[in-house]
Design a protein around this ligand. Structure first.
Ligand SMILES: Nc1ncnc2c1ncn2[C@@H]1O[C@H](COP(=O)(O)OP(=O)(O)OP(=O)(O)O)[C@@H](O)[C@H]1O
Ligand SMILES: [Mg+2]
Length: 391
């Protein structure tokens, strides 16, 4: 029945002291889906992923991965997962080969399987020339590649990748995205990124979170249509016009477009010195192309491009997450703090010995890489004790 559901988050909430990081986040990811997990800084992407990978427990709510509860059966969950944390913690005194071999061993791979997988991982992550290098000597982007390598080495059915391409160069980014698309055909991948182009490239579906809540979840086309508008791009020659007329100035075009009924949000887009390019928005069921064409002919301008698409994902993202942006820039910070019931203020920093609670398991087993978890892994058990009780 629901066996196809590989990841399910059910009303996950998470508080860190007075900060509400997640607020009833629910979604499902099915076998074979590659889902982009989007949201501005601080929206709760990494927190959700860390719950799904058993690094931290939710304050309330439940989650299952491959049918196993992350709270009751963390080992079973971890066995099915490949996880790349946002800042991949690595054993920096090992060389890359040793580290990947170690990652494979704790995943229970025999030597033959490891060598076979290593070949693929080296190819995908571009690690051929780094295998013998000590991790501490690698650049940030190469460390990211090693982190991705350990997430892929055991060829897991489910991958949770927290900004897998953030520090990669464009060639490597393209390579990794290509691979994600390829393996996503029969695996389940949840990947967070800020790069909407990457989502469009690798994912058919996206989940957008904002301030700890899911604000959109669906196929990219449906999400694009969410604001209910379409976008037009009009490009007009800046150097010449028809019938011996003078070429138009940008302002003239802008004003003329502005007089079209139903056109709004007109703005000029950057181009070279040969063309004026404008973007405008219209109601979803409108089609202004014929009118734009007639306007251009009437003025004897030379039309170089006329396009009508669904609103860009980028624009939808900005629309849906504008609240976060305003809050970050000081817009409604007072409201925000009020919203959180004022339990132990600032306590999140001090409670790290609260180890009796749920979060002890996070350091416990196979994620070898917890080792030098810079800042955030070590203060995560600072959250208030989970309301969930182990059965
Ligand atoms: N260990 C922690 N202690 C206290 N607060 C935390 C902790 N981890 C996360 N938070 C807070 O929870 C909220 C969500 O953080 P999270 O890291 O999940 O965001 P994100 O969507 O991954 O952001 P980014 O895009 O910047 O990676 C933020 O307000 C963050 O400050
Ligand atoms: Mg994050």
């Amino acid at each position: 029945m629901t066996t196809d559901v590989m990841i399910s988050a059910n009303a996950l909430s998470k508080r860190f002291g007075s900060t509400r990081a997640l607020d009833k986040v629910s979604f499902e990811v099915r076998r074979g889906e590659v889902v982009g997990f989007l949201g501005p800084n601080g929206a709760g992407k990494s927190t959700t992923m860390r719950i799904l990978t058993c690094y931290i427990s939710p304050s309330t709510g439940t989650a299952k991965v491959h049918g196993h509860d992350v709270f009751d059966d963390p080992l079973a969950v971890r066995k099915t997962l490949g996880y790349l944390p946002q800042r991949a913690p690595l054993y920096t005194d090992m060389n890359v080969y040793e580290y990947l071999q170690f990652a494979a061993q704790i995943r229970g791979l025999d030597d033959g399987t490891f060598k076979h997988r290593l070949k693929k991982v080296v190819e995908v992550c571009g690690l051929a020339q780094s295998l013998g290098k000590t991790i501490s000597t690698l650049s940030h982007g190469f460390r990211q590649r090693v982190g991705l390598g350990q997430a892929l080495i055991h060829d897991p059915p489910i991958l949770i990748l927290d900004e897998p391409t953030s520090d990669l160069d464009p060639n490597e980014k393209a390579e990794v995205l290509k691979y994600i698309k390829e393996i996503g055909k029969d695996r389940t991948i949840l990947l967070s990124t800020h790069n909407l182009g990457e989502v469009e490239e690798a994912c058919a579906r996206a989940i957008i979170v904002s301030k700890g809540r899911v604000v959109a979840d669906g196929q990219l086309d449906d999400i694009r249509a969410k604001t209910g508008r379409v976008r037009y791009v009009v490009t007009i020659d800046e150097t010449r016009a028809e019938a011996g007329n003078k070429p138009p100035k940008a302002l003239e075009i802008e004003e003329a477009l502005g007089r079209l009924g139903g056109a709004s949000a007109i703005r000029e887009l950057p181009t070279d010195e040969t063309a004026h390019k404008f973007e405008l928005s219209g109601a979803q069921d409108s089609d202004l192309r014929a009118e734009i064409f007639r306007l251009v002919v009437a003025r004897n301008w030379t039309l170089l491009e006329l396009r009508r698409d669904a609103q860009s994902l980028d624009a939808v993202f900005r629309d849906l997450t504008r609240g976060d942006e305003r809050a970050d820039r000081g817009g409604d910070w007072e409201d925000d703090s009020d919203e959180d019931e004022s339990d132990e203020e600032e306590s999140d920093e001090e409670e790290s010995d609260d180890e009796s609670d749920d979060s002890d398991e996070e350091e416990s087993d196979d994620q070898s890489d917890d080792e030098d978890d810079e800042d955030d892994e070590d203060d995560e058990d600072d959250d208030e004790p989970s309301e969930r009780k182990k059965k």
